[in-house]
Design a binder for this molecule. Structure first.
Ligand code: AMP
Length: 517
């Protein structure tokens, strides 16, 4: 377990709703494009009804509620209902396969599982096999058995009293690029402390409206976005998903945008992204994957807006952020947030690197660090150091100004002829070449070098690139051992729902690239 078990003086998540509904009952909490509007008063009332409905279905404080529901106002209400009841919210990607769903249900063993109305018949046998006794439905337009029950419920019924700050609030499954995904247990104080830190760091006020176009089954859309809004009694414009045209069309009604790097690269491809469209915006935030320096610079050139990049992960929520007022350095994720500590340790010996600018493993301590992996004490103890720091699995360095620079995942490090090659460094050089839109660098088995540095690149529209020419250009910018042995031109990179490049998929596709070399 981490060094995070101390309680904190931050306000419990359930209190956010009570406070905002008391102080600003008529303020808009959430609006959808379909015209659904929820004031803070309505949020309190409707989430309380849902909490009573959950109680009525046997869910008590501490019980898990698995939700594989469409992104909607109802889904947000369900999350808030769980927070208020003390139930543990387990969000599930609606696009997961029946196989994956069965695994997640078996693993999380929820008291109640909630699915869209149209999927109940299909999923009932699967829930049965997972030993789930209670299955309810919740639709995006307010239909479904749970909503019906909630309408009949007394909103004053749920009031469990004070919540334990160290109690689990959510179990969020990691993207699971290696093996089965693991459930990260996030406590109430994890959520509360991080939202409070972000609201302060990013200067959120009740006048803000966030454009929410991220999924709700990941900590970026669930915690960084919704919790920060709730903690500041601000508002949300909830979009079903990110689409460039829709985002640009509705930008005039919001003040803050949180996105992943691909959102920014796609926005830049549209002529509608310009100074006029963004002049009123207070903040653009990027995270979940590295933001290419070129994207940062091009966005600034087109809009005069300096994207604020931050760094986080399922197990720790947000760790570091470029400053609101100070320099937002392209290619860096900024210093650790107040109250959170980040250190660099030697990848082999595990000793702490005392000097700045040395690349090693990033480790985190603070009230944001999760309580461990669900029902997996071995994995939990393997991921914490003896002195209680969480090993992120990311490589990076901290510069003299305290800014963190991510070098990539430990498992993505390429070791070619005994030399370490940090993929992010090579990707940055590739993305700086004219005509290269995106890139990914990884190691593929090589008979001579152990691993051959390999790159896939996506050319910009209309750009004519050749492998030989790209390799030659890189040779003048990088030491020889870092220059990719092969550069393959592709139409797009394999990405997951959060826009992260799936390097495992690339390694599998190109596993035989150097066979016979
Ligand atoms: P997840 O748990 O799915 O949110 O993935 C977390 C991982 O995403 C981190 O461990 C990093 O490897 C990566 N990540 C998140 N934010 C950034 C960022 N701003 N720059 C580079 N990598 C990032």
């Amino acid at each position: 377990m981490g060094v995070n078990s101390q309680t904190s003086s931050v306000i419990d998540p359930a209190e956010w709703v009570e406070y905002a509904a008391r102080e600003h009952p008529r303020r808009l909490f959430l609006r959808t494009l379909a015209g659904r509007q929820l004031s803070y008063e309505a949020l309190r009332e409707q989430s309380a009804r849902l909490a009573s409905a959950l109680l009525g279905r046997g869910v008590a404080s501490g019980d898990r509620v698995a939700a594989r529901v469409e992104k909607s106002a109802e889904a947000v209400l369900l999350y808030v209902a769980c927070l208020r009841l003390g139930a543990v919210f387990v969000p599930i990607n609606p696009a997961c396969t029946p196989n994956e769903l069965e695994y997640l249900l078996c693993d999380s063993s929820p008291r109640l599982a909630i699915v869209p109305p149209g999927e109940r018949d299909m999923l009932a046998p699967l829930a049965d096999r997972a030993g789930i006794q209670c299955l309810e439905t919740l639709g995006a337009d307010g239909n479904g058995s749970l909503s019906e029950l909630a309408r009949l419920c007394n909103p004053d019924r749920q009031a469990p009293g004070a919540h334990d700050p160290d109690a689990p609030a959510a179990i969020v499954y990691t993207s699971g690029t290696t093996g089965r995904s693991k459930g990260a247990i996030l406590t109430r104080v994890n959520l509360a402390s991080n939202a409070t830190a972000l609201a302060a760091a990013w200067r959120f006020t009740g006048q803000d409206v966030l454009m929410h176009s991220l999924p709700l089954f990941h900590v970026h859309g669930l915690c960084a976005a919704i919790n920060t809004v709730l903690a500041s009694a601000a508002g949300i414009l909830l979009l079903p998903k990110f689409e460039v045209r829709s985002a640009l069309q509705h930008l005039a009604h919001v003040t803050v945008f949180m996105g992943v790097p691909t959102h920014y690269t796609r926005l830049l491809q549209d002529e509608g992204l310009n100074r006029e469209a963004t002049a009123h915006m207070r903040l653009f935030v990027s995270g979940s994957a590295p933001l290419p320096i070129e994207t940062h610079q091009e966005f600034l050139r087109r809009t005069d807006q300096v994207i604020l990049e931050r760094y986080g992960m399922t197990e720790t929520l947000i760790n570091a952020s470029n400053p609101y007022d100070g320099p937002r350095v392209p290619g860096s994720v900024g210093p650790a947030l107040p109250g959170i500590a980040i250190r660099v340790t030697n990848r082999d010996s595990g000793t702490v690197e005392p000097k700045p600018d040395v690349i090693g493993t990033l480790e985190i301590a603070g009230p944001n660090v999760f309580a461990g992996y669900w029902r997996d004490p071995d994995k939990t103890s393997a991921e914490f150091t003896a002195d209680g720091w969480f090993k992120t699995g990311d490589l990076g360095r901290i510069d003299r100004d305290g800014y963190v620079h991510i070098a990539g995942r430990v498992k993505d490090l390429v070791i070619s002829a005994g030399c370490n090659v940090y993929p992010r460094e090579v990707e940055s050089e590739l993305e700086a070449l004219p005509g290269v839109a995106e890139s990914a660098v990884f190691g593929a088995p090589h008979p001579d070098f152990g691993e051959g540095v390999t790159a896939v690149i996506v050319p910009e529209a209309g750009a004519v690139l050749s492998e030989a020419q790209v390799i030659e250009s890189l040779s003048t910018r990088l030491a020889r051992y870092k220059v990719p042995k092969r550069v393959l031109l592709v139409a797009e990179l394999p990405r997951n729902a959060m826009g992260k490049v799936q390097k495992d998929a690339l390694r599998a596709t190109y596993a035989c690239l150097y066979r016979g070399s």
